[in-house]
Ligand binder design. Sequence first.
Ligand SMILES: [Zn+2]
Length: 273
Amino acid sequence: MRSFFGLRTNTPDDAIYYLTAYFPAHFGQIRRHLKFLKRIALQPCDRLLRKALIQAITTGKSRKISLLRKSLAKLSGLIGFEWSMPVDRILQIFVNMQPNKIINTLENNFRSELSSRIVENHLRHGRLFFLQETLASASRFVFLDSLQPYLAAATIKILTSGHHLGIETGRWNRIPQKERICELCKVLDDERHALFHCGTFNVERETFKDQLIQKGCLTDDLEETTRLILNRPHPTDDQNLSRLNSVANYFRIVLKISLERYHNNRTLSSTDW
Ligand SMILES: [Zn+2]
């Protein structure tokens, strides 16, 4: 119940859900549960469910760790009640509440709060660093609708640190940020390094550049070109879609190679040991 009513506070996950349009569904789920709560509160006094709700409210008033209290922790302010109120009053507020209005407010709050969480994550070079560097705004990615699922998945992974580059695998192993370096180049092994500079991907990067030249859009700065392609508002025309496909496919290849590299390194180091 907690996961239905409550909202997670893990910024990378929230960003992924939001950018892939999962959150509208998630909010819909909360709305359905609020409507259910309202329907129970509206039932005649002798109904079992209504009695159970009154019992849950009574427990919630006396125990801070009650299930209902935890479930509604982030919503009580929006619904407009406090646990110190009498049971009847809380029940009446459930009857009068307007789930659609509550969800609209919740969604707006969530959206603006998520933007500032992403900025904060960027400042400490967190998992959304590259996302914030790359995309003009933290709104839903329009391009996800145009890409094939496997390419959309690769793009999301690169943008939200779902990969096996040192910056991410170092997090798993609690290695300090500045020590998460690329073994080949001895610099921070993050997305920008891998995609635009690292020697490991030289061959693949040249192929990617050739594709962009053929598609008439390579500037001197590969990173800037990539950013421009990803930020096109409507990647629906054939030319834009074709460029977008090249970018996403390059992401996919870098992911694949870095995954292999990660497993090889692990095998090597365990053999050494
Ligand atoms: Zn490197």
